[in-house]
Design a protein around this ligand. Sequence first.
Ligand code: ZN
Length: 236
Amino acid sequence: MMGAVQQRRALVLFSGGQDSATCLAWALSRYAEVETIGFDYGQRHRVELDCRQQLRAGMAVLPWQGALGQDHLLQVDVLRQLGASAMTDEVAISMQQDGLPNTFVPGRNLLFFTLAAALAYRRGLTVLVGGMSETDYSGYPDCRDNTLKALQVALSLGVERPLVVETPLMWRSKAETWQLTHALGGDALVELLRRDSHSCYLGVRDRLHDWGYGCGQCPACELRAQGWREWVDTPG
Ligand code: ZN
């Protein structure tokens, strides 16, 4: 039992990855209406953006408390102009001197939440939902709980409207995220996310593993495969 439906309306930052897809299901289980926002910032691979539509179509036919509303896809080419990272250019994924992987795009989540808040203001939505997690191995500073709590305050003040930032995966491991998926939508939702959510940094979609599509070698695939196995091996 995930709690009664709330009359508030939510906007989910929805990339097409496993985490944001779980967040969409979580939001549909608790808010009256849920819209989605995605960002096209010249990702190396566009498969995540394609996955968004398949996930939305699959989710729309499952029984939820709330209704799935509009999707919004924003062009944010500006991130490319700010400089290279392994997320947008053909460079190898590696660790930087500051201890962060070069997949880190500085300011990305700050920008995304600011744009989401602007859209939420226009659309009359009061909850922003994101799949950020501190348990994520990569340790991006703009995914941390304190960053997002500070952002909630700044955005609410900045538009003079109470906006709530919800991050249901903040303290969940990847295995616990699958567990949440199952609790929210059973085997049907697990299967939808397994097949149609995308994690692989290299954009590989031609190999289906037990944990989903991907190259099986990159850090994102390794994390996803490990989380899946932990979840499958969990008793009960
Ligand atoms: Zn991969």
